[in-house]
Design a protein around this ligand. Structure first.
Ligand code: CA
Length: 365
């Protein structure tokens, strides 16, 4: 028991407060008995096994099981199986599940500032989000934002740049956005609203029907890989880019703070690092599968892929700056997050201009 406690704290976390599970397991024949198996529930906002997102959550659970030699076993629940998709945060907060997987902008009704940590319109790309979170102070702020809820966030996936979406109306001018009923979450939805559109919140599983029956005129979802899987090309005429509203959406793992604190130190490291593995893995998967799916959409389904006109993008950009700046004024913490995010975006843009952007331009096709 002593040896095990030592190993636990030597894991470096020093986060162990109250460890009832360990004590009960260690009271009996601690020398010969293998360490106890801990069972956690992981609730997700995604349909079970949904390509990229749902399978990312599955990967996370599998990795944690494997890396811990089976000591920490995670059972994954798809959207609605244990709790509805939009109640994932609450379920982790209350301890109904020890862990969750989703995206921070889904919680804007509860925590408006959370939106900075998933996707900001005209904000950071995947590579830049990772840089801000890991080395630009973003992760510390994210933890601070979730702390009052007893929830710890960890970056656990990224979709890369998304598509602007599927439209049954041509967008040739700013005026074409007026009255457009579009499924678009988060800050992007607010921007659309100011452009005269009508943002609608609909879960992924219901998108196809809503678009096909005309309940909505347009929807964004993710990118070619996921959009092809939902069959959205069968319900809309035009596929617009770029995904101005989600330039590199970070997916998150949510940890119930008490459950996490009760883990031995080495398992805490395994959980955090498994999330980071999935964070990188998912981006690689999206990058590979999006280009394959785009080819299928264009060559096999003759999808009409269109770029949003410059004038429309300019208007959306101006409205986005307005919306994001207003969010900063909500409270002191939002202001702090906005300040950090904006400063980082400004700096990284100067660098990206002469690195990624410059390179992609000269590489050409
Ligand atoms: Ca999206």
């Amino acid at each position: 028991m002593k040896r095990r406690d030592f190993l636990g704290s030597a894991g470096g976390a020093a986060l162990l407060a109250g460890c009832g599970q360990q004590d009960s397991a260690a009271t009996a024949d601690a020398v010969s008995t293998p360490q106890e198996t801990i069972h956690w529930k992981l609730v997700t906002t995604w349909p079970r096994n949904f390509p990229g997102l749902g399978t990312g959550a599955n990967n996370l659970a599998r990795l944690i099981g494997e890396m811990s030699g089976g000591r920490l076993q995670i059972k994954v629940f798809g959207a609605g199986e244990l709790v509805p998709p939009m109640e994932v945060f609450g379920a982790v907060m209350q301890g109904t599940a020890e862990m969750g997987h989703g995206a921070a902008y889904y919680w804007k009704g509860k925590i408006e500032t959370a939106q900075f940590f998933s996707a900001v319109p005209f904000g950071l790309t995947a590579q830049e989000m990772n840089a801000w979170l890991m080395y630009g102070g973003g992760m510390e702020l994210w933890r601070e934002v979730y702390a009052p809820f007893g929830v710890i966030p960890v970056m656990a996936g990224n979709s890369g740049v998304q598509m602007a979406g599927w439209f049954n109306r041509e967008i040739n001018r700013v005026e074409d956005l007026r009255g457009l009923k579009m499924r678009i979450p988060g800050l992007g939805g607010e921007v659309l609203s100011r452009a005269g559109g009508v943002p609608v919140q609909i879960a992924g599983g219901e998108l196809f029907t809503a678009l096909q029956t005309g309940v909505i005129d347009a929807t964004e979802w993710v990118g070619p890989y996921n959009d092809l899987a939902l069959g959205l090309h069968k319900a809309a005429k035009y596929y617009y880019y770029p995904g101005w509203h989600e330039p590199g959406t970070t997916l998150e793992a949510l940890l119930n703070r008490e459950a996490f604190a009760a883990l031995p130190g080495d398992l805490q490291h395994i959980v955090i690092n498994a999330c980071h593995v999935v964070n990188g893995d998912m981006l690689a998967e999206y990058t590979a599968r999006n280009n394959a799916a785009l080819k299928t959409l264009v060559e096999e389904h003759a999808v009409d892929v269109r770029r949003l006109p410059d004038k429309v993008l300019e208007r959306l950009r101006a409205l986005s700056d307005e919306v994001v700046a207003e969010l900063a004024g909500e409270d002191a913490l939002s202001g702090k997050v906005y300040e950090s995010f904006s400063r980082f975006r400004e700096q990284v843009t100067a660098w990206s201009d002469i690195s990624e952007r410059a390179y992609l331009n000269v590489r050409g096709s």
